[in-house]
Design a protein around this ligand. Sequence first.
Ligand code: HEM
Length: 477
Amino acid sequence: MKSVLETVMNPSGVWLNGAVSQMFQLMAVVCLACVVLKAIQLYWRRQKLLKIFKSFPGPPTHWLYGHLQMLQQEDELDNTASWAEQYPHCHPIWVGGFLVFLWINHPEYAKAVFIGSDLTSSFALCTSIGQGLLILHGPKWFQRRRLLTPGFHYDILKSYVTMMADSVRVMLDKWEQLITQDNSMELFEHVSLMTLDSIMKSAFSYQSNCQTDSDNLYIQTVMDLSLMVHLRVQTPLHHKNLIYWLSSQGRRFRKACRLAHHHTDKVIRGRKEFLKDERQLEKIQRRPGLSDEDLRAEVNTFMFGGHDTTASGISWLSYCLALHPEHQQRCREEITEILGDRDTMTYTTMCIKETLRLYPPVPSIARELSAPVTFVDGRTLPKGLTTCLSYSLQVFDPLRFSPENSAGRHSYAFLPFAAGPRNCIGQQFAMNEMKVALALTLLRFELSPDPAKPPIKIPQATLRSKNGIHLHLRKLQ
Ligand code: HEM
C-alpha cells in the first residue's frame, strides 16, 4: 500500500495531490475566518464594555491582561484594598481585556446591588458542587431556600452546640499531644477537619471520625478544588467549558470532583442505611422533598460551604487573638465568666466580627446583575454585568463593633455573610461554631504568633493562608 507521501508524490495521483492541497487551503481559510470573526467579536465586546464603564474610573489597566498581573501577585488583597482607598465608591477590575467586574467599596453601592435587583449568584464556575442552594436561581432557588430555612431555626441550632463542642474537644486533645515548647503548630488543617466533623455530625447526623482517622483525602480535595476554581477565574481562556475540560487543569478538576462526590455519596449512603434500620426512611421519602440528584447537590453545598468557611474564620480568629494578647485575655475573662453567671459573649463577638471584617472567609462576593441597576449618584450598570464586594485593610480593633461605635454605621458597611434574600443561610450556625471553638481553645491554651512564619493571605473560594497558620500554643494550668 502506498504511503500518503508516496501518493502525493506519485504523478499518477496528481489529482489527489491537488484535492488534498485544496482541502488544506479551504481549512486554512475557514480557520482564518473564524479567528478574524472572533477577533472582531472581542473587539466589539471590549468597545461595548469600555463605553459602559466610561463613567466608572479605575486603576490603570493593560488592554490585554487588564489587572490580572496585579491580581495574581501574592499581595492581591492588599492591592484591591488600596484601590478601595483611591476609589471609595467603586471601580472596574479587568480580568484580561474582555471581562470586567465592578468592584464595590461603598455601602450604598452594595445596597443597590444586594437589594435593588433580582440577583443571581455568579458561581457558574463552581460546577463542582452541583445545582445546590448556592448556585440555583429563580423560582427553584426560592423553593429550595424555603425548604431548607427551617433547618436553621434557633432551637435546632442550639441542639448542635454540644456536638460542636465535642468536635472541638477532639481537636484540642490532639493539640495537647502535638505541642512542643519550641515549635509552633499549623492550625488550619486541624481546624478544617474539626469543622468538617462538626457539620457532618450536626447537619447529616454522620459520625465521620475524620479528625482521628489518618485518611484526610476529602479535606485535601476540597483545598484542591478551591485553588482550581480560583485559578480558573483568573484564566479567561478557561472560562469556556470546552477549553477548560480539555486542559490538564480541567481534567484535574474533574478528578477532584469525582473524589468529592464519592465522599458525599458515602455520607448519603450511610445516612440512608441508618434510616432504614430505624424504619424512618419510608416516612421521610413520602414527604415531598429532594430527588437523589438534588440531595447530593445540597449535601455537597452544605458540606463544602459549611466547613471550609468556618475553618477559615476560626483559624484567622486564632491568629488575630495570638497577635493581640490583650484582646485574647479579655475574651478569656469573658468566657470564664460565662461559665459562672454571665450569658452573653459581647466582647468575644466583637473580636469575631473584627476578624471577619479583616479576614473575610468569603473574600469576594460576586453577583451577576439580572436586571439593570442605578446607583445613588445616578450611574447605572446594565443587566448581565458582574459586581464584586471589596475587602478592607485596617488595624485590628474589636471596639469598632461596640454598641456606641456601631450605632451610626451603615447597615451595608459590614457584610461578611452578604445581605438581602441570598445572604448566608448558615450565618448563625457559623457564629455559634466560632464562639464554641474559641471559648474552648482559650480556656485550654494561650496563643501566640510565630514571627518566623507569618501567614500569607490567598483569596481562593475561601480566604486561606499560602503557608498555613502557625501559632505557638501554651497549655494553661
Ligand atoms: C464564617 C462562616 C461563613 C461565612 C463568612 C459565609 C459567607 C457566605 C456568603 C458571603 C454567602 C453569599 C455568597 C453569594 O451569594 O455570593 C453565603 C451563602 C451561603 N452560605 Fe455561608 N458563610 C459561612 C458559613 C456557612 C455555613 C456554616 C453554612 C452551612 C451550614 C453556609 C451555607 C451557605 C449557603 C447554603 C449559602 C447560599 C445561600 C443562598 O444563596 O440562598 N455558610 N455564605
